[in-house]
Design a protein around this ligand. Structure first.
Ligand SMILES: Cc1ncc(COP(=O)(O)O)c(C=O)c1O
Length: 415
């Protein structure tokens, strides 16, 4: 066996942790996943900044110490092996991360690529789509700003027209939302962008029903799942969407700069790459995935992040996140001057919710929460939403949320 195959076989030995590297992963205290104080142990698995209560995990859910240590080890080892690593096992190892990620989201490995973030994933689809002048695309005012801009850019380049609907904030049922999207379809509509969860309100949409409706009109659906992977469970095959992008540095707690793009089997060849690969005539999804030399240590840490997620259990994590959100939102929902900008039906939300105070601008609310109560959130003031987005994580305690509830009661004049 030559050195290259030896290294390769080492890399294939185990799916977890060190990828056959020589140095040992740093030791981190174990978690007893069957103990009563399970969530306290999870909290202790994170190094928390004492300066404030962080209720802004929607931007970036930083890593538990265990994943961080393994990531640092990957950085050390890739640095140690240098170009030899890059020329031997980098692609095989990336494929292992993809396989594990595909399994987590219920897709085939051939349908998934690792990208740097949702922006790259969705922009690949929007920019590479076979647009013809006069085609129409549908999206919502509650979608993410730069994704909306990318469609506007496609409008300038290809002469497509872009229609924006408003997602009802408190729908009576799924059909109400489906009908809003359906009403915007014309014979010229080619593609629809739909958020799996609206990032500013935490509203989870009935994606399967929207996809089935869209397909019945011959319209494809691209789902913005920036906040979905790692927050709540879903199965890609059951969603029936055509394209799906997510950021893994959000709810899966992969190091910064990790994303996923899913493209339904057989659809990748209709897209043109954003960045040209070496072989333009290559078939399949991988010709869309060329970004040049990239941060391979992040690819490796995807596995460690999924392992941490699996130790908690995806369903147990989802249940906990939903519980924590309802723990605080139910305490303030009916108070005078307090406005919850997130649907009440439990299946329509998980960790994220949005709260406003009718007598205060969102920016002032965010500032006073930080200055007077040491609670860090983000203000949302647009697309019909006025409030602060509240995004706790698995380490957030009831005591954290009690402090937040007290703050909202006092600031809204309900103390
Ligand atoms: C709904 C939605 N889409 C896309 C993005 C872009 O994600 P990233 O900056 O990781 O590419 C975000 C970021 O918060 C988002 O909330």
């Amino acid at each position: 066996m030559n050195k290259r195959s030896f290294l390769k076989s080492l890399a294939f030995l185990g799916i977890s942790g060190s990828f056959g590297f020589k140095e040992k992963v740093s030791q981190v205290p174990g978690i007893d996943f069957s103990a009563d104080n399970f969530w306290e142990q999870i909290r202790a698995a994170y190094k928390l900044k004492p300066d404030y209560i962080n209720l802004e995990n929607g931007y970036y859910c930083f890593l538990p110490q265990e994943t961080l240590e393994k990531y640092i080890e990957h950085l050390r080892e890739v640095n140690y092996q240098g170009s030899h690593y890059m020329r031997t096992v980098q692609w095989d190892n990336k494929a292992k991360s993809v396989a594990m990620l595909a399994e987590l989201v219920g897709a085939k490995a051939e349908e998934v690529i690792l990208t740097r973030n949702t922006t790259e994933s969705l922009d690949l689809v929007i920019s590479g789509y076979p647009w013809e002048s006069g085609d129409e695309a549908i999206m919502s005012n509650q979608d993410y700003g730069s994704m909306l801009s990318m469609f506007d850019l496609a409008g300038r380049r290809h002469g497509i027209s872009v229609k924006r609907i408003d997602i009802p904030m408190h729908p009576a049922n799924d059909e109400e939302i489906v009908a809003v999207y359906e009403s915007a379809i014309t014979p010229k509509t080619k593609l629809m962008m739909v958020p799996d969860i609206v990032n500013i309100t935490g509203h989870i949409l009935p994606v399967r029903k929207i996809c089935d409706m869209a397909h019945s009109h011959g319209v494809e659906v691209m789902v913005d799942g920036a906040h979905a992977v790692g927050q709540f469970t879903f199965n890609m095959e059951e969603l029936h969407c055509d394209y799906y992008g997510s950021s893994l540095h959000k709810w899966l707690s992969v190091p910064l700069g990790a994303g996923m793009l899913y493209i339904k089997d057989g659809k990748a060849s209709k897209l043109q790459p954003l960045l040209a690969p070496f072989n333009l005539d290559e078939e399949g999804l991988h010709r869309l995935n060329h970004t040049g030399t990239h941060a391979v240590s992040t690819d490796l840490a995807v596995i460690n992040a999924i392992e941490f997620q699996q130790k908690i259990g995806s369903q147990r994590k989802e249940d906990r996140l939903r519980y924590i959100q309802r723990y605080w939102s139910d305490q303030v929902r009916d108070l005078p001057n307090v406005v919850i900008n997130t649907p009440l039906d439990p299946k329509r939300s998980c960790a994220i919710a949005n709260v406003g105070i009718s007598t205060m601008k969102p920016a002032e609310l965010a500032k006073r929460l930080l200055d007077e109560y040491q609670i860090f959130t983000v203000a949302i003031d647009g697309a019909g939403v006025k409030g602060c987005r509240i995004s706790p994580n698995v380490y957030t305690s009831e005591a954290d949320m009690d402090a937040f509830v007290t703050a909202i009661k006092q600031l809204s004049g309900n103390a």
